[in-house]
Design a protein around this ligand. Structure first.
Ligand SMILES: C[S@@+](CC[C@H](N)C(=O)[O-])C[C@H]1O[C@@H](n2cnc3c(N)ncnc32)[C@H](O)[C@@H]1O
Length: 245
């Protein structure tokens, strides 16, 4: 009886959970809770920055905190710091002698970052470098710092393929590279030839299409790359996790 019922459910629901806001809230609630200062930073960002859509989701930060623990991570790069949430989550998951290299090319968010990192007591663990991230990553390679445990890439999408090659040089064997926005509102899944009414919006803006093309290029490159093992997760706006073979 149960088997028949589950079979019916499976066919009705296509074997999948539809990821609604309620599902996201539920999974966040049933996962390791974020701390009060992380919550305050999210609230502060939402109230004070018009570009607050850029902040990472709670679920992503929960996943990264767990991965850093599993990896026994000490050295992390955060490409795209914004108001500081991902760097804060990383720093909270690292041991006392751990280090986060936070890379951003904008100084607009420095005060916010410093305010919340200080409050959380992790300022000493975060090295914020304000410059073009590609340049900073190249410098780290030249300095021989090729033993990072975790690298999170969440900055300019047009440079995703370049970030990928730089990150592969900087990550240690067994370390993890994570790319954010690989689904980009679902736009990367849509084929130009079968756009329907719902997907039409993705094709209305040329600059947006350029970003989609760049992310698709990265997704194709990673999927065919024999140097790595990878998994793409439909978490948040899509995350790909990569480790070197
Ligand atoms: C989506 S936000 C990062 C969100 C952040 N990880 C968080 O947890 O909230 C992207 C950030 O990348 C930065 N950025 C864009 N282009 C960059 C570049 N070429 N080099 C360094 N940072 C860049 C932006 O200034 C912005 O703060």
């Amino acid at each position: 009886m149960l088997v028949e019922f589950v079979r019916k459910l499976h066919s009705l629901k296509n074997g999948k959970v539809v990821i609604t806001k309620d599902v996201i809230n539920y999974t966040n609630e049933k996962s390791e809770p974020i701390c009060e200062i992380q919550k305050e930073l999210i609230k502060y960002t939402n109230e004070n920055f018009s570009d607050n859509y850029m902040i990472t989701d709670i679920g992503q930060n929960q996943l990264f905190s767990l991965l850093l623990k599993v990896l026994n991570a000490k050295k992390v790069i955060d490409v795209g710091v914004y108001t500081g949430l991902s760097s804060l989550s990383f720093a909270l998951s690292l041991p006392e002698d751990g280090k986060v290299y936070g890379l951003d090319n904008s100084s607009d968010y420095i005060d916010c970052c410093n305010q919340f990192w200080k409050k959380a007591g992790v300022s000493d663990k975060i090295n914020l470098i304000i410059d073009d991230a590609k340049k900073t990553l190249q410098q780290l390679i030249e300095q021989g710092e090729c033993d990072f445990d975790f690298i999170f890439i969440d900055a300019d999408k047009l440079n995703y393929c370049e970030y990928y090659e730089l990150a592969l040089k900087l990550i240690r064997k067994g370390g993890i590279i994570a790319f954010d926005n690989v689904l980009f509102f679902g736009s990367t899944v849509v084929d130009e030839n079968d756009k329907d009414d719902e997907n039409q919006i993705f094709f209305e803006n040329e600059a947006f299409q350029e970003l989609v093309t760049s992310i698709k290029k990265l997704n194709d490159k990673i999927s065919k790359d024999e140097r790595v093992i990878k998994t793409m997760l439909p978490l948040s706006d899509g995350i790909t996790l990569i480790t070197k073979k």
